[in-house]
Each structure stands twice: as structure tokens, then as C-alpha cells.
Design a protein around this ligand. Sequence first.
Ligand code: NAD
Ligand code: DAU
Length: 353
Amino acid sequence: MILVTGGAGFIGANFVLDWLRQSDEAVLNVDKLTYAGNLGTLRSLADDSKHVFTRVDICDGEALRALFAKHQPRAVVHFAAESHVDRSIHGPAEFVQTNVVGTFTLLEAARNYWAGLDQAGKDAFRFLHVSTDEVFGSLSAEDPQFSETTPYAPNSPYSATKAGSDHLVRAYHHTYGLPTLTTNCSNNYGPYQFPEKLIPLMIANALAGKPLPVYGDGQNVRDWLYVGDHCSAIREVLARGKPGETYNIGGWNEKKNLDVVHTLCDLLDAARPKADGSYRDQITYVKDRPGHDRRYAIDASKLERELGWKPAETFETGLAKTVRWYLDHAQWVEEVQSGEYRNWVELNYAGRA
Ligand code: NAD
Ligand code: DAU
């Protein structure tokens, strides 16, 4: 089986669902179930014996060692993290704990288990670390896209802790020979994304008749990738990536935030017209994110050249699918908009008016 961490979160759950649709290999899903973890997303797997869920914190080394010993995974795919930049600004400690200490603890448990395998088991084992393009910092409009050799320059507590975890993974390969793989991906969107991130937040607010809060001038650029394409890239890297290597994953879809919000409003205007006017009328400019990175852009040509991977979705097809999914799954959104979610909205947006 494979061991997946963070498999109840947005990308992890999409990965687990896709994996079990395409493979007979079982998944051990290790997740602490923070505010971002949601077993409701995995409801369709309730009767699937190939999905084994366990609520464990990746900072708990003893529990991890027991899981490795019991389940003998052939690979680890490590998604678990604190993932939201704005939350890292309000409370960085949790990010250091999970992203740095948690990754270190997981690496130690994996190394300990791997060291006890026979040579064939050692050679076949993989530790795939899922990371982000934010570790490379911020680009100007003229800069070339991030490549695998762009120097690290993280600017937020989130990206700094992800950078720290990437360095640990690199060190475990170089020092101990652990067969690691690291992927650095751009902004994901799609089904089951927690409505604290730009695209699901804008859809949820639009439908609820609330303001659509655009930070700063709305001209920051992100490179968007449909989550199913991220999952297919991870499967490729896991199957055929070279241990010790890093791979950039991106959608070749650079968009300004305001353009993303306009497109979402237009899709909603067509699918669920308002009695009066357009969803664009709800757009509100709010105080900028401190240290807001201006532009991210990924050069994913290494992945295409070496492993033949390309995204299947364009931004237009992926966004249309995503809007449809949120319209059809209002109950999922309602369920995650718990008391904790409302507290977050109050904390993050109250001071921005
Ligand atoms: P998410 O916040 O939706 O999910 C994170 C999951 O990790 C949750 O299920 C949570 O319960 C779990 N978790 C958190 N702390 C844990 C701990 N200490 N022990 C065990 N489980 C814990 O995140 P996401 O958007 O799905 O991102 C997944 C990974 O992909 C992260 O490592 C993130 O840095 C990376 N990434 C995300 C994006 C993106 O656009 N969302 C892009 C590139 C890379
Ligand atoms: O680039 C990959 C990263 O993408 C991942 O590593 C992170 O886990 C993921 O959260 C994401 O980070 P961003 O900060 O880019 O995503 P977010 O959805 O929070 O914001 C996208 C852009 O939209 C960013 O420029 C800030 C802006 N924004 C966001 C929110 C929540 C707004 O203008 N208004 C908002 O309310």
C-alpha cells in the first residue's frame, strides 16, 4: 500500500479518490483532521476496504513508527501541511510545527522503516514530498518563470516553513540516501477546496450575496492548475521520477486575481443569474495581504520533457467544471462553514474594510 498524509484535505482527498478509482493498491490515509480536514469528502469510500483512515498527527513520531511497522508501505505521499498564507500571517506557530517539525518527524519515521528493508525494498521505496511554487518568492512582470533551479526566497511564514521542509527532504536524500522526490506546484483549484482560498471563497460569497473581497489592486498573478491535473502529475512523478530530483508542476495559466474573479462572476451570471445585475457588482477592494507576492509562474517543461506529463484541463474548462461542482454541492460547502470557519472570516476580513 501507499501511505498518504493529509488525505482528508483538498488536494490529498482528490488524490486518494483518483488513486482508488485507478488502482487496486490500498491507501493508508494519515490525517490529523484540522479545520481543513474533512472526512465528508471521503464519504464515497466508507465501504472501500482499500481505504484505511487513521487520525494521527504527523508530529507524533511514535504513532508514525507503529503505522510504518504495521502497514509496510512501499511509498509515502506527503500532503499534510498548514496551507493557507493568510492564516500563517495571523498564527505562524502552527505552520512551523506541522510543516517543519511534522515533516522532520515523518522523515525520521520513514528513514527508520526504510533502513530495515532489504535491498530490493530499499530501492523501490519512495518518499514524495508535495510542495509549492511559493518557496521561490515573488516575480516581477518581466521575470522568467520559476524553474527547478530558481533560488529559494520565501516571503510568508507559510512559504518559509514549506521551504524548510523541502530542505529537510533534500538533506535526507543526500545524507542518508532516502529515495525522495519533491514537487513544487502552482495554485490549485477544483472540487472540495476549503472556502478560505480565492476561488471557492469567491463562489461561496457570490452565491450568498456577500462582498467579493479583492486584496490590494487585484493585479497579483497566480498560475492556476486544476487539482485533477496536479494529482496526475504526482502519480507520474511517483511512478517514474528520479530519486533526489525536484519537479515543478504548473498549468501554464497565469492570471491576474481580478480577471479570475471576473471570469467566476461571468460563469455564475450564466449558470445562476441574479434577479438584478451581475455578480461583478459584489466586488469590493480590501486592504492588501501583508508581504503579498506579486506574481508566481511555473515552468513545468522538465516534467513534460522527462516524464511526458501535461495538464489535461485549460483554465476555461477547469473553472467551468469547478463552478458547476460548487453549484451542485452546496451542502458540502454549508457543512464546512462551521463555527470555526465563521471565526476565521471575522479575524481575516474585519480589519480590511
Ligand atoms: P489543505 O489545507 O486543504 O489540507 C491539509 C490537510 O493536512 C488537512 O486534511 C489537514 O487535516 C491535514 N493536516 C494538517 N496538519 C496535520 C498534521 N499535523 N498531521 C496530520 N495531518 C495534518 O491543503 P491542500 O491545499 O490540500 O494542500 C496539500 C499540500 O499541497 C500542502 O502540503 C500544500 O503546501 C501543497 N500545495 C498546495 C497548493 C494549493 O494550491 N492548495 C499548491 C501547491 C502545493
Ligand atoms: O502557489 C501555490 C499556493 O497557492 C499554495 O502553496 C497554497 O497552499 C495555496 O493556498 C495558494 O496560495 P495563495 O496565497 O496564492 O492562494 P489564495 O487562494 O489564498 O490567494 C490567491 C490570490 O488571491 C492571492 O494573490 C491573494 C488573493 N486573494 C485571496 C483571498 C483569500 C484575494 O484577493 N482575496 C481573498 O479573499
